[in-house]
Every structure is written in C-alpha cells, then in structure tokens.
Design a protein. Structure first.
Length: 416
C-alpha cells in the first residue's frame, strides 16, 4: 500500500512528465500564433539577460566560458553603470561575480528596476559586474561535443557546478579583468556551490576577496520548506525520474512564457504558489505587477539529479557529495558513502546574510554554518519577520534592506 507521500511523489513526477510533453508539442506549434501572443505581452517576459540590461539603458557584454569537462556557459557583464559612463575604464574597477541559485539564472539579478536590482546598483556604485550561469539552465545548454545525448548532458548535480562551472567562471573573469581576486556574491545554491568549491579546491580561497552568502544553503536540517516531505523518498524519486526518462527538470521554455502572460489575471495565485511554495512568501515585499515577469524567468531549468541531491542533504544531515548508492559510491569515490564537504577548511572571508522567514536557509542552519566557518566576520539579518528566500533577489525595498549595506561593505574593502 502506497503512503500519501509516495502517491504525492508519483503525482509530481507524472506532472513534470506531462509538462515536458506539452513543451515538446509546443515546439511544433504555429510560430505565427506565438508571435501574435507576444505583441500584447510585457516584452520583459521574452527578454534574456542582455536584453533586460539594455532595456534599462545599461551597457552589457556577452561572454562564453568553457568548463574543463566541455560545458559552455553564457555569462554577462555590466562593465559600468549610468552614473560613471566614461569616467573609468572597466579594467580599473573591482570585479564582482554574482552567482544565482537553484532553478535560477543571471536574469534574477537584473529582473527588477534599477533602484532595486543588485546588478544595476553595483554597476552604478562603480563595480565591474559579472553575472554567472551554470550548466543546465537556459544559458548553460551548450557543450563542445557535437551532439551529446540529452541523457548524457544532464548527468550532473551541483557537485559538478562547484567542481567545474564556478572555478571556470572565476578564472575567466580574473583573466579578462587582469585582477588577482574578486568579490563573490552568491544566493541559495550559488552559496552551496561556493562553499563546496572553497572547501575542496583550496587555492580558490585566495581568489575570493570576500564571499557574501545570501540565504546560504549548506545543510537543511532545520528547513521548513515542503521539500522536506520529498526527502525521505529521494531514492524513489530518482527511480521514477529514471523510469520515465526525466533528466531535465523544469526547463525554461515557451510554456512558461504563456503561463506568465496569464499571471496578471485569475491565475495569479497559482503563479505565486509556483514561485514561493518551497522558499517562503513575503507579500509586503512582492511587487505583484512583476509576477508575470518573474514566472517567465523562473524556473530556468536544471538537472533532475540536482533536485535529488538537495533531497539527499535533508536525509543525511550532512553537506556532502551526491550519493550514488553503495556500489556507485565505491566506483566514484572509492568508499561506500559520499565524501563530506568540510566548510571549516574555507579560509576566504565570508559574510552570511539570513532571513527570518526563509523556508530553505533556516536561521538555525545558518547559525550552525556561522560557527563552523573559520573566517566569517558577520551573520547579518536582512529585513523583518516576513523577509524570505527570494526577497534577497526581488524585494521592493531591497535597496534599503540589503543592497546599500552590502555595497557599503564592498566599498570598505575594494580600494584599487
């Protein structure tokens, strides 16, 4: 007899499969019909990162980073802001790298207005801003191999993002700018990747002047997110994903754009649930008129294995590599259990930013992380009782609640 949790997981997997089948069918639909719909939609629904930036009058560059294992990542640069155009060359400014979180992309750092989005505010404060992406999202779907199969392409979790994507991006930025180190700002899974990298490839600690971790996710022992209900059956989830051939999880595609157009109407409540179900909801800091734009850019896609990896963190209680099972672990790691990441080995200076209503990065988990780090200067609370996980990106009052404070810390340490 199946438990309610197992039935729920089957429903989630089947829903995901139906969603992807719809997406495939839409790819063969009449393109003229899609174009007619775009005419009446908010144009930002269809913008990519560079178009969002240009739309608000900022300069932008598009770069491509190739990882050691052949994935090609499109990243974006805002070399200067509106307030200092022509006053400095971008090479003289401190580089700041922004790393997005789970099911997200570079879009989320610039999807709000210029007095709210961290990407724009950093550029206007005189910083050379770089917006990273990872394999599997809308900007990380290329590979140097001619035609790798979709199944082969998506055989990764955030382990590989930490091992290959983030260090390749850091090295690329430093090479282009000529600097020896940079400021790193991560959100959610972006912090997971960074802590994994800095605890294993120790040489990267000297390349990070200061790591600002927004809503840091290392352990999920006290997380209140509904994802906890899926964790006990992570093995069943993986088996079902494998059974029905789901390698890619919630890709960014036309279906999300169509849904986004409907989010301004009677289905707005559904759209809110899609975005905030697993992370926490702060109605006072949500610009509801932007919901169609948020939904069109989120989710941005990842691998199913990445989702399973986070469920494994809840089951194990440890910050550890992906669990392939006893036999798979022996083949991959030479031991029966996955190796743990030791955040105590991180020597780069870190500031943790936490929120009271964050269902993923719970205050208790953040506090545990704070006491395990050897060079953490501060555990900084952001916002009031309702401030939540996605508020770090989209809150209406982020200039006053987060960005001004973060930029002031950068100003105190980036004297070039």
């Amino acid at each position: 007899m199946f438990s309610m949790r197992r039935i729920a997981v089957v429903a989630i997997v089947l829903t995901t499969q139906v969603y992807q089948l719809i997406c495939v069918s839409l790819q063969f639909s009449n393109k003229q019909n899609w174009n007619l719909k775009k005419v009446s939609a908010d144009p930002e629904i269809y913008f990519e990162t560079d178009q969002l930036i240009l739309h608000l009058g900022y300069p932008v560059e598009i770069h491509k980073v190739t990882t050691e294992d052949g994935y090609v990542l499109k990243i974006f640069r805002i070399p200067f802001g509106k307030s200092d155009r022509g006053q400095k060359t971008s090479a003289s400014k401190a580089p700041v790298l922004l790393q997005h979180g789970l099911l997200s992309s570079s879009d989320d750092w610039v999807v709000n207005f210029e007095n709210q989005s961290l990407g724009y505010m950093l550029a206007d404060a005189g910083y050379d801003v770089w917006l990273a992406n990872v394999r599997g999202n809308r900007y990380g779907l290329e590979h140097i191999e001619p035609v790798p199969s979709k199944h082969q392409f998506f055989q990764f979790s955030w382990d590989e993002m930490a091992e290959y994507d983030l260090p390749a991006t850091i090295d690329y930025v430093l090479n282009v700018t000529g600097h020896s180190d940079l400021e790193l700002i991560g959100h959610s899974m972006g912090t997971t990747m960074a802590f994994a990298l800095l605890s294993t490839k120790l040489e990267y600690n000297s390349k990070i002047r200061h790591f600002h971790a927004l809503g840091p996710v290392v352990t999920l022992n006290y997380a209140k997110s509904p994802i906890r209900y899926l964790a006990p059956i992570a093995k069943e989830i993986k088996m079902l994903f494998d059974l029905v051939g789901i390698d890619e999880f919630f890709p960014s595609d036309e279906l999300m754009k169509v849904l986004a157009q409907s989010c301004g109407s009677v289905v707005k409540v559904v759209c809110k649930e899609i975005i905030f179900l697993f992370t926490g909801y702060d109605p006072q800091q949500l610009n509801s008129t932007r919901i169609p734009v948020y939904v069109s850019h989120n989710p941005a896609g990842t691998s199913s294995r990445t989702i399973v990896h986070f469920a494994q963190l809840i089951n194990s209680g440890y910050f550890q590599h992906y669990d392939y099972g006893k036999e798979g672990n022996m083949e991959k790691y030479g031991q029966r259990t996955p190796p743990k990441y030791d955040v105590g080995a991180v020597t780069a200076q870190v500031t943790l930013y936490w929120a009271a209503n964050d269902l993923l990065a719970s205050p208790k988990d953040v506090d545990d992380l704070y006491h395990r780090l050897q060079n953490c200067d501060e555990k900084h609370k952001v916002g009031g009782a309702e401030y939540a996980h996605l508020d770090f990106l989209w809150a209406i009052d982020n200039a006053a609640l987060l960005n001004d404070y973060l930029i002031s810390k950068l100003n105190n340490e980036t004297q070039y």
